[in-house]
Design a binder for this molecule. Structure first.
Ligand SMILES: Nc1ncnc2c1ncn2[C@@H]1O[C@H](COP(=O)(O)OP(=O)(O)OP(=O)(O)O)[C@@H](O)[C@H]1O
Length: 218
């Protein structure tokens, strides 16, 4: 699905990744862990091309990502962030459909899919609510629905439970696990959550000293 070979990423003289290799197979449910500042967010940014590698090769479905148009890549790769990143002035429904407008899908289709996802994440009754009237867990559910609108093959989640209490975090992780299966999606989740790290069939990747290591099946 996605492969990184001998990638080096620097910020000025700071080397974050050095000659790093990483890969996800189609259908993987993978977890990325590492100390604060070890480069987890940077790795995700490289994968969805928010930032560029200084050296090395990154391929999505065998194609170098530098050759894939950004809007095409954004349709194929959904991203969820710790801080939700919803637009406060827009309703829940508007936040979700905005992701579809950006890639030019017919509006009728976008709205149908947005409603299906809103129901799936359990927030159909919040369709016209504004983000600041929702709890953190609810906002993250909206962000997940938004990330899935374009039916991405790959979902990247950067500490999606970082702002949530333990119970809500467990619900969100459960939702992601279910969506991985239902929507037939490859997933990479950055987390420190012990529960998830013990998740059956999760592939655990660790980032340390600029390199990535695949641990083992749990
Ligand atoms: N845009 C940037 N410009 C300069 N330095 C950066 C930039 N983004 C990240 N860094 C640095 O790169 C290193 C890795 O940052 P990154 O955010 O990828 O780590 P992380 O593992 O996600 O950390 P955390 O768990 O704290 O979120 C850090 O030292 C950080 O200060």
């Amino acid at each position: 699905m996605i492969q990184m070979s001998k990638v080096t990423k620097r910020y000025g003289s700071d080397v974050v990744l050095q000659n790093a290799d990483f890969h996800l197979e189609t259908g993987d449910f993978a977890v990325l862990q590492g100390l604060s500042g070890s480069g987890k967010s940077s790795l995700l940014k490289l994968l969805y091309r928010e930032t560029e590698a200084d050296e090395g090769d990154i391929r999505f479905r065998q194609i170098p990502i530098s050759q894939i148009l950004k809007h095409v890549l954004r349709r194929e790769i959904g991203v969820v962030f710790q801080a939700y990143r919803l637009i406060e002035q827009k309703t829940v429904f508007e936040n979700i459909i905005l992701a579809g407008r950006a890639v030019g899908t017919p509006m009728e289709e976008i709205e149908r899919e947005a409603m299906r996802l809103l129901e799936r994440v359990g927030l159909a009754d919040k369709k016209t609510a504004f983000p600041n009237s929702l709890s953190g867990g609810q906002q993250q559910r909206v962000a997940i629905a938004r990330a899935l609108l374009n039916k991405p093959g790959l979902l990247l989640a950067d500490e999606p439970t970082g702002n949530l209490d333990k119970e809500t975090a467990a619900d969100i992780l459960q939702l992601l696990k279910e969506l991985h299966e239902e929507e037939n999606m490859t997933m990479l989740i950055v987390t420190h959550d012990e529960l998830l790290l013990k998740q059956q069939h999760a592939k655990i990747w660790t980032i340390e000293d600029g390199r990535l290591h695949e641990q083992a099946f749990s």
